[in-house]
Design a protein. Structure first.
Length: 512
C-alpha cells in the first residue's frame, strides 16, 4: 500500500567541509537535537527522454534512513511536493507507475541516476520538545546510470517543515541561514542538479552507442499570429489534462472537475476557432474529448448532487425530515460513487485515453493550421469570439420566449453550453485582444453561474425523483423528497426570473 506525505522544504548551497550553522538563535527554537548520520542510497527512474524530469516529477527507490522504499514526488507549488510512498520492491510498484502513466505512456522506466548521501540530521524543537523542522547537511555523490558516465559531488543543506507546521517558520530559518552566508540552491532538487552535472561522455551500450539524453524542450516563443494564440491555449489545456491525471487517480479534491474543464476548453477551442485549426482534423479529437468529459462527469456530477442534497436536508426543520432520509442519501451516493470511481480509473488505464493524449501531442507538434492562422490575432480571434457571442444571444432570447417547463429547461441548458464556449474563446483571445476579451470573460462567467444554478436544479430534481422511488419501494416516507422537490422548483423559478436582468447587464457591458 502507498501513503502520501506533504513535503514543504527549502534547499541551500553549502561548501564541502562546512557544518550546519548555529540555528538555536532562530525564533521559537529551544534546542537543536542531533539525530545522527544516515547513509542513504537512492536510484532515480525516468524514461530515456526524461519525461518525468521534464515535468518536475521524481521517482526513486531508496534504502537507508527511516523511510526506505519507493518515493514519487509530485509538485504542488514552489518548495511544496506531495511524496507518495510505497514499500521496497525490486520493480516500480504498480500504483506509482499508474500515477506517472500520463507522462510515461508506453515508454520504459529505467534507472538514470544513483545518489548516495551521507545525511547529518538535526531537529529544531520548541520549548515543549515539539518538532518544528528537520535540518540536514547532505554530502552527496551522484552517478549517472544512463545517458552518460559522469559523476558529481556536492554538499547541501535541506530544511523540511514538520508535519502541520507553519510555513512562516521556514522564513525565520531562511533569514538566519542567509545571515550566515548560506544561499538558496539554484537546483529545484537533487535529481535536477545530478542530471545537469553528470551528463559526462556517452556510455557505450552492448551493441552500438547509447544516445545522449535529449536537449531540454525549447521554450515556446511568445504568440504572434492568431494561430500562435490558439495553439498556446490548446497547449495549456493539454498540459492541464496530463498534469491533473495523478491528482484524479489519488482522488484529490476538485481534480476531476478541473480535468473535465480542461477537456471542455480544448473541445470548445477546436469549435470556436475552426477557421484557424482544420476541423477535419480536430473534430475527431473533439469527439474523444467529449467522451472523456462524459466519463469524468459521472464522478463530478455525483459530487455536486450529493453536496447540494446533503446541505438541503441539513437546512430543513426537523419536522420536515420524515424517515431515514440521510441514510438513504448516503447509501445512494456511495453506491454510485463506488461504481463511477472504479470506472474512471479503468478509463485512465485504458488505451483509448492514452491514444487521446498521444493525439493531442501530435496535433501540437504538427498543428493543422489554416490560412487564417497566419493573420493578425486582433481580427481573426475577435471574429470567432463575436460569432460565439451571437449564438449565446440567440439561445438566451429563445429561452426567455418559452414558458416555464421542459422546453425552457432544455433551452437554458443549451444557452449555458454556448456561454461556456464563448467564455473559453474569450480566454484564448484575451492575451491578444486585452480588456474587451477580459470583460467578455467576466460577463460570460456571471451568466454561466446563473444558468448553471438552473441546470443544477434540474439535475437535483431528477435525483430526488430517483430517491423518492427507492424510498417508496421499501415503504419509507417520501414526504421529505417532495418538500425538497418543491423548493428546487422555486429555485429554478427564481433563476429564470433573474435571467432577463442578468442578460441586460451582459449586453450593456458588451455594448451590443
Amino acid at each position: 500500500m502507498a501513503d502520501t506525505k506533504r513535503e514543504i522544504e527549502r534547499k541551500y548551497e553549502a561548501a564541502v567541509g562546512d557544518d550546519l550553522p548555529d540555528l538555536t538563535v532562530v525564533g521559537g527554537v529551544s534546542a537543536v537535537v542531533d539525530q545522527g548520520i544516515a547513509e542513504l542510497d537512492a536510484t532515480y527512474y525516468d524514461t530515456a527522454d526524461a519525461r518525468l524530469a521534464g515535468a518536475s516529477l521524481t521517482l526513486r527507490r531508496r534504502t537507508g534512513g527511516d523511510d526506505a522504499g519507493w518515493h514519487l514526488k509530485l509538485p504542488v507549488a514552489e518548495g511544496v511536493r506531495d511524496e507518495v510512498r510505497a514499500p521496497l520492491s525490486d520493480t516500480v510498484p504498480p500504483h506509482l507507475h499508474d500515477l506517472v502513466r500520463s507522462r510515461v505512456r508506453d515508454a520504459e522506466l529505467v534507472p538514470v541516476v544513483r545518489l548516495r548521501s551521507s545525511r547529518d540530521i538535526r531537529h529544531l524543537v520548541d520549548a515543549d520538545g515539539t518538532l518544528l523542522a528537520e535540518v540536514c547537511l547532505d554530502r552527496v555523490h551522484a552517478e549517472r546510470l544512463s545517458g552518460g558516465t559522469g559523476t558529481a559531488d556536492w554538499t547541501e543543506i535541506e530544511v523540511e517543515l514538520a508535519d502541520d507546521g507553519d510555513p512562516a517558520f521556514l522564513d525565520k530559518v531562511d533569514k538566519k541561514l542567509r545571515k550566515a552566508g548560506v544561499n538558496r540552491s539554484a537546483a529545484a532538487s537533487k535529481l535536477a542538479r545530478a542530471l545537469e552535472e553528470t551528463v559526462g561522455r556517452p556510455a557505450p551500450a552492448e551493441t552500438g552507442e547509447r544516445q545522449p539524453p535529449p536537449a531540454p524542450a525549447r521554450t515556446p516563443q511568445p504568440p504572434v499570429t492568431a494561430g500562435d494564440h490558439v495553439l498556446a491555449y490548446v497547449r495549456a489545456q493539454r498540459d492541464a489534462v496530463v498534469g491533473l491525471d495523478p491528482a484524479v487517480r489519488r482522488d484529490v479534491f476538485d481534480s476531476v472537475h478541473s480535468m473535465r474543464v480542461a477537456t471542455r476548453r480544448l473541445r470548445s477551442t477546436f469549435r470556436s476557432f475552426g477557421k484557424i485549426l482544420d476541423r477535419g482534423v480536430t473534430d475527431p479529437i473533439a469527439d474523444e474529448l467529449k467522451w472523456l468529459a462524459g466519463e469524468l462527469g459521472l464522478d463530478r456530477d455525483l459530487e455536486v448532487l450529493t453536496e447540494h442534497l446533503t446541505t438541503a436536508v441539513s437546512e430543513l426543520p426537523s419536522a420536515l425530515v420524515s424517515g431515514p432520509v440521510r441514510n438513504r442519501l448516503r447509501s445512494w451516493s456511495e453506491a454510485r460513487r463506488g461504481g463511477s470511481r472504479r470506472r474512471l480509473i479503468d478509463v485512465l488505464d485504458g488505451e483509448r485515453y492514452l491514444d487521446l493524449l498521444n493525439t493531442l501531442d501530435a496535433l501540437i507538434a504538427d498543428p493543422p493550421l489554416l490560412k487564417a492562422a497566419a493573420k493578425a490575432p486582433e481580427k481573426a480571434l475577435a471574429k470567432a469570439v463575436r460569432k460565439d457571442f451571437r449564438k449565446v444571444a440567440g439561445l438566451v432570447g429563445e429561452a426567455l420566449d418559452l414558458p416555464p417547463g421542459h422546453d425552457r429547461d432544455v433551452a437554458v441548458h443549451e444557452a449555458r453550453k454556448k456561454t461556456k464556449r464563448t467564455r473559453y474563446a474569450a480566454e484564448a483571445a484575451a492575451p491578444a485582444l486585452g480588456k474587451p476579451a477580459e470583460t467578455l470573460v467576466k460577463s460570460m462567467k456571471s451568466l454561466q453561474t446563473l444558468l448553471g444554478d438552473h441546470q443544477d436544479s434540474v439535475m437535483v430534481r431528477d435525483a430526488l425523483l430517483d430517491l423518492s422511488a427507492q424510498a417508496n419501494a421499501t415503504m419509507e416516507s417520501t414526504f421529505t423528497y417532495g418538500v425538497l422537490y418543491g423548493r428546487e422548483e422555486q429555485r429554478a423559478a427564481a433563476t429564470e426570473a433573474a435571467l432577463p436582468e442578468t442578460w441586460r447587464k451582459v449586453r450593456a457591458a458588451m455594448d451590443v
